[in-house]
Design a binder for this molecule. Sequence first.
Ligand code: SF4
Length: 468
Amino acid sequence: MGGFFGVTSRNNCVRDLFFGTDYQSHLGTQRGGMAVINQNKFTRHIHDITNAQFRSKFDDNVKNMEGNSGIGVISDYEDQPVLVASHLGTYAIVTVGVIQNAGDLAKKAFSRKHTHFAEIVRNEVNPTELVATLINEEDSFAAGIERAQSAIEGSCSMLVLTDDGIYAARDRMGRTPIIIGRKDGSFAATSETCAFANLDYVTDKFLGPGEVVLITSDGMSQIRPAHDYMQICAFLWVYYGYPASAYENINVEITRNRCGAALARNDSHKVDLVAGIPDSGTAHALGYAIEAGVPYRRPFVKYTPTWPRSFMPQAQEIRDLVARMKLIPIPELIKGKRLMFCEDSIVRGTQLQDIVQRIFDYGAEEVHMRPACPPLVYGCKFLNFSRSKSILDLAARKAIKEIEGNENTSTPEIYADASSDKYHEMVERIRKRLKLTSLQYQKLDDLVTAIGLPKSKLCTYCWDGCEG
Ligand code: SF4
């Protein structure tokens, strides 16, 4: 998915930029980058962070960087920030999102003959460079950003670092957040508010969908107002987001507690302890335990000294191996026990299958699973949510394929309807494959209530196929 941080200050901004970008690390897997501007000169560094932390890769660079304004990004695929020399001036840009019509937009650009793209990623045009090309078609940054936002299908939030300050533009439907923070002499823009607290920023504004602002060290000015219509990704609260962050002024940890409590209210199983699959299941499990009045325990602990990152290497076998090595069981909390696990979601289910088997191998009597969101029936097309190449990798789709006898169900909506027989048949197939004692998913209404926004303002596509 990716996350970014930008800061503009009366003083050298590099320390805030470095740590602010580092606090986006849970959102991306492959590339980290920072650019600063110092008296009209740009300095930029980009590193591969696939097997290393952002901080370790940029430690040396930071010593040689200086400037009052800068942007940084943790990116899933492409090299960013992109530095652009254009008729608008030289600028740097970072983006978050997915451009579904990137191929068409690139073709259109080529048809104008003078356009070329210098940054190729996996044989495709670098999406951030593509956005820059769209911006360059207009006479001002404000008009260029507007052009890019309206041409892009999918989602694209961006920060544009210019001589005049940093433009922060949230994607048209507001699927990804941008939050503005301030402290004396500095303004910052971030994907995650967890970046603010330790850098002494206070949240100034949650940008609305499609809203564009320009921040300078002196303040913030609105370039384009927000649209009324929003489709913010509900998965941010369930899984992606960091517990200390808030979007639309709604904290992640507390929302997860409410998700767990809702799961508990719908449950009648008697268990000895409640646990979360670390890390993102933890807050859901705490909410469940408190609501159910059952002790919260940690039958698995995560080995954090060498496995601190939440994402995994590219190859599935290595990811599965890493997932296994990260979690260490505590047999005393497992043997003879009835365990209730909360998990953020079940995507493919393969790692969960291994965990469940291990819990039974350690002598558990019962293993129950409560995902904090409904079954994932549709693949996300708005963000880089999953590494899966095929929708059939989803545990729910595998179960549907078994039931239907072919890959292409024409009625996925029946399986997304928790009151249908097909839904229950699908859940039962997943339960059996994972060898769980019981499996009960969160109901979509309860998830929406736990978040606290009207459903019409949330993207829930991956659960119900609703495009808003
Ligand atoms: S489809 Fe799912 S993961 Fe993608 S933006 Fe919507 S809620 Fe988020």
